[in-house]
Ligand binder design. Structure first.
Ligand code: NAD
Length: 316
């Protein structure tokens, strides 16, 4: 019997359908997501024919020992934890599930935008501590939103921004023309213009050599003093020590992130001292709808690959 190891925490969490797909294809599954341990993963992965992977790294030296492994199916879109060149050399297929979580992540990004602008979680925390105090926030309505990247998630954020009559500036060097749907409220601009002119910046790029520490001290200091910075992309795009130093000195109205350089964020991260730094635990794709859709595609891809068919969304 063919075997798949599942290291994603959320695979199949919201419906039995993904398990039914694997069972119908005669594939045995082992769930390792809930209490994932990188050392244990290293020890057992070579026994499997397929892997449905979460966010942890899969190092080339471990891949090399996997003689049976046919497919690494990423439970999500971001591929920065997988060594694609090594997988390709070893003849292991890598797939992901693009765009299916794009509404869930866009909702979260917009929730962070509204929350940081109006101090919802800050006030909530104060009220829980018995402090009934006014918080004067900022309107999101008619503000300028800067989007870094204009892929599936950023486009959905732009669609939400339209409902708030926002002007949207986009920095994405791989896009040469704004699609028709967005023409009356989205403008392409260079990175400095987006940085300097936006009231809120929301990051939606993958972590690559060109986006690593894109928001370092120099760039953050170019943002408006009262602007808000939101990152639901990847940790490592914002330089956290630089961010702390800027915010500690009163630069930025606030920052909200779903992703951090280390996950979980270190308990002693100085950012956690700042009331206007809001962090969620990498929950972007965790909506009932998104998890189910992503899990079903991963299960189908594994079933197809192990039964000699082409999976969907092949990366290498
Ligand atoms: P996508 O591939 O549709 O869009 C990414 C966009 O970034 C593309 O338009 C690309 O041209 C642009 N881009 C690439 N490099 C760039 C650069 N150096 N500067 C500016 N733009 C650049 O991806 P998506 O589905 O919109 O997802 C975006 C990112 O969100 C993913 O790569 C992933 O890291 C992250 N993500 C996070 C969560 C979460 O749970 N918080 C969930 C899913 C995805």
């Amino acid at each position: 019997m063919k075997k798949v190891l599942v290291t994603s925490r959320s695979f199949g969490k919201t419906s039995p359908k993904p398990f039914e797909v694997l069972e119908a294809a005669g594939i045995e599954y082992t769930l390792m997501g809930a209490d994932f341990d990188q050392e244990k993963f290293k020890e057992v992965i070579h026994e499997y024919d397929a892997l449905i992977i979460g966010a942890h790294p899969f190092y080339p030296e471990d891949m090399q020992r996997c003689k049976n492994l046919k497919i690494i199916a990423k439970h999500g879109a971001g591929l920065d934890n997988i060594y694609l060149d090594d997988a390709k050399k070893l003849g292991i297929r890598v797939t992901n599930v693009p765009a299916m979580n794009a509404n869930a992540v866009a909702d979260l990004a917009f929730a962070h935008i509204l929350n940081i602008s109006r101090g919802i979680s800050i006030t909530n925390e104060r009220v829980h501590k018995g402090e009934w105090k006014t918080f004067i926030g900022k309107d999101v309505f008619e503000k300028t939103l800067g989007l870094i990247g204009f892929g599936a998630i950023a486009k959905n954020v732009a669609r939400r921004a339209k409902g708030f009559s926002m002007q949207v500036l986009v920095y994405d060097p791989f896009i040469t023309e704004v699609p028709e749907e967005f023409k009356d409220f989205v403008t392409l601009a260079d990175l400095d213009t987006v940085t300097e002119e936006s009231d809120i910046i929301s990051i939606h790029v993958p972590l690559t050599d060109s986006t690593k520490y894109l928001f370092n001290k120099e760039r953050i200091m170019k943002m408006k003093k009262e602007a808000y910075l939101v990152n639901t992309g990847r940790g490592g795009i914002i330089h956290e020590q630089d961010l702390y130093e800027c915010m500690k000195n009163g630069h930025l109205g606030g920052c909200a992130v779903d992703v951090t350089e280390q996950e979980p964020i270190e308990k002693d991260s100085p950012l956690l001292e700042l009331e206007n730094f809001v962090v969620t635990a990498h929950i972007g794709m965790y909506s009932m709808e998104a998890i189910n859709a992503v899990s079903v595609v991963c299960a189908e891809n594994v079933a197809k690959m192990l039964n000699g068919e082409e999976p969907r969304f092949i990366i290498v």
